[in-house]
Design a binder for this molecule. Structure first.
Ligand code: IPM
Ligand code: MN
Length: 357
């Protein structure tokens, strides 16, 4: 099989971790006889430095001409003070919107070998953590209009709008229910319906969509409670279905209870199955260029790409198993290592996984 993949290294550790993904793709070519054509393009701060904006037209075109997109990370202190149009994060929001990537899947799984790395007590994680955050990605307060800043009588104010149409809610709800069907059949929809009008509509529409999925068990939870339940008893969750902002926050929390955000992959999908795959960790500028990043979230994102956009289930499994095997053999990047354990570098982990697929 021949596929075209657009690779967007981005900023910070983005380049180091996408390098490992390329290594593993080359190994998969040999092992399974595929051909992956990789095209690199610019996004985020790297794009701002080269072209003046965080998402050049050329990059969008390269993505549209590809079967899937692999992204590293964007952002860094160098661009933090810049106006919004020249911020790396703007490139990320724009690419999601432009490519219609409304469904963000963020699985949080605890590897048995790493139960000790979780921030939670052993008796809490004993039952195993295996949940999926289904986050709406192209609506809500991230994109709602009006937004802006005013100044009147010498006093500044600023505002955003949390807005969802019923169509936007229904389509992400369907992704949540469909995902639950392939898992343990339970959806917990997270909102703030005791306060927000937009959440009231969210709950209403999710209930309507649920009628098409009588085999899936639906529950609702307020976001403040959900944040607490995630640390109190994460084993109660299967699929967490939620809006853009709540999903952003809860997925970081879910990541940290599994041990390290360096392990959390994500897929951002359009209605047609086209997708952008990226680790949930950011650009980690503090460890950029030191070969200390954990490439596992990136490699697990690559596995999601093989599965969801290229239909290569066997290849996806072989990457996931190779990552698990490397952990089992005791290799740990700095974010996972306990004191006294030997620390492996980013490229070393990449080599080991490439050898293992
Ligand atoms: C994420 C990130 C982004 C988000 C930022 C970088 C714009 O935190 O993908 O979770 O808020 O969506
Ligand atoms: Mn985030």
């Amino acid at each position: 099989m021949r596929s075209q993949i657009c690779v967007l290294p981005g900023d910070g550790i983005g380049k180091e971790v996408t390098d490992q993904a390329e290594k593993v793709l080359r190994a998969l070519e040999k092992r399974f006889g595929h051909s992956f054509e990789l095209e690199r393009a610019l996004i985020g701060g790297a794009a701002i430095d080269e072209t003046g904006g965080p998402l050049p037209e050329r990059t969008l075109r390269a993505c549209r001409e590809s079967d899937a997109v692999l992204m590293g990370a964007v952002g860094g202190p160098r661009w933090d003070g810049a106006p919004w149009e020249k911020r790396p994060e703007k490139g990320l929001l724009d690419i999601r919107k432009e490519l219609g990537l409304f469904a963000n899947l963020r699985p949080a799984v605890i590897f048995r070998e790493l139960a000790g790395a979780s921030l939670l007590r052993p008796d809490i994680v004993e039952g195993g953590i295996d949940l999926l955050v289904v986050r709406e990605l192209t609506g809500g307060v991230y994109f709602g209009e009006p937004k802006g800043r005013d100044e009147a009588d010498g006093s500044r104010s600023a505002y955003n709008t949390m807005r969802y149409s019923e169509q936007e809610i229904a389509r992400i709800a369907r992704v949540g229910f469909e995902s639950a069907r392939k898992r343990r059949g339970r959806v917990c929809s997270v909102d703030k319906a005791n306060v927000l009008a937009v959440s009231e509509l969210w709950r209403e529409v999710v209930r309507e969509v649920a009628k098409d999925y009588p085999d899936v068990e639906l529950s609702h939870m307020y976001v403040d409670n959900a944040a607490m339940q995630l640390v109190r008893d994460p084993t109660q969750f299967d699929v967490i279905l939620t809006s853009n902002l709540f999903g952003d926050i809860l997925s970081d929390e879910a990541a940290s209870i599994t041990g390290s955000i360096g392990l959390l992959p994500s897929a951002s999908l359009s209605g047609s199955g086209f997708g952008l795959y990226e680790p949930v960790h950011g650009s980690a500028p503090d460890i950029e260029g030191r070969n200390q990043a954990n490439p596992m979230a990136m490699l697990l994102s690559l596995a999601m790409m093989l599965r969801y956009s290229l239909g290569l289930e066997g290849e996806a499994k072989s990457v996931e198993e190779a990552v698990a095997a490397v952990l089992k053999q005791g290799f740990r990047t700095r974010d996972l290592a306990h004191s006294g354990e030997t620390v492996a570098g980013c490229s070393e982990i990449g080599d080991l996984v490439a050898e293992g697929v």
